[in-house]
Ligand binder design. Structure first.
Ligand SMILES: C[S@@+](CC[C@H](N)C(=O)[O-])C[C@H]1O[C@@H](n2cnc3c(N)ncnc32)[C@H](O)[C@@H]1O
Length: 231
């Protein structure tokens, strides 16, 4: 990640404020994923791997209403994980939540495989395509056969006008909450520092990583979400 895109203490506080402006359907996204996971298991116990658990929004959205779910969250950012830990304690989830500072490579190899995984708003911070693929392959390797996986990422071809049009739409979300036009132009340039790749390429990476039944279920502004299953 570049320095501007790290999740240090300053950016961590800003993240909570900005996520719902940047993605006006942010909370709906978490409700949709919860519905999808619930449909797999009903009221049964389930173990979830949350990749990029920093901030704790997956835990807060899914923990209280699903008392039989347990969560293992990984995230390299100490500051973001502190926020996740704080939320987990506030919501009384700590007995069902394990947080690991690091990446999926830092998960103990002895751990049982998971019933499901999510990787929400992480992939576009990984610049190298092979590293993106490695992350998806590692997640797949941590899942039981058939387990559902949800990926949400920025997408688009940086060379295409279509992405520029969506960036202009994205800027209007910030304009509407009072950001000055001059700041929006800088933000439009800044957002290009994240790693956009075309939707088709994301689907190919999921296939190569060993996921099947890949379906796009979500799209808002710069971001889209796919549901699929580990082979
Ligand atoms: C935009 S936040 C998303 C957090 C949370 N998933 C959400 O939607 O609110 C991106 C998070 O991904 C984390 N991250 C970056 N690279 C990662 C990696 N290789 N593995 C796991 N998490 C990573 C960052 O530290 C940050 O906490």
């Amino acid at each position: 990640m570049t320095e501007e895109l790290t999740f240090d203490s300053k950016n961590t506080i800003a993240y909570e404020a900005n996520a719902r402006v940047s993605i006006p359907t942010y909370d709906t996204l978490f409700s949709m994923v919860q519905s999808y996971f619930r449909a797999q298991w009903g009221e049964k116990e389930a173990s979830l791997l949350v990749v990029g658990a920093g901030g704790g929004n997956e835990l807060a959205a899914w923990g209280p209403s699903n008392p039989k779910w347990t969560f293992t969250g990984v995230d390299p950012s100490k500051e973001m994980l502190q926020m996740a830990e704080h939320k987990s304690i506030q919501l009384g989830l700590e007995k069902r939540v394990k947080l690991i500072q690091g990446t999926v490579d830092d998960l103990p190899s002895s751990d049982a495989k998971f019933d499901a995984a999510s990787c929400i708003l992480v992939l576009h911070f990984i610049e190298d395509i092979q590293q993106k693929l490695k992350l998806l392959k590692t997640i797949k390797g941590k899942l039981k056969p058939g387990a559902p996986f949800v990926l949400v990422s920025a997408y688009g071809d940086p060379g295409e006008a279509e992405l520029q049009d969506r960036i202009n739409v994205w800027k209007t979300f910030f304009f509407d909450v009072g950001y000055e036009s001059s700041k929006l132009d800088d933000m439009g340039k800044g957002i290009m520092k994240i790693s956009f790749i075309p939707e088709k390429q994301i689907e190919v990476l999921l296939e190569e990583a060993g996921f099947t039944n890949i379906t796009r279920f979500y799209s808002t502004g710069l971001f889209a979400g796919w549901i699929c299953h580990a082979e």
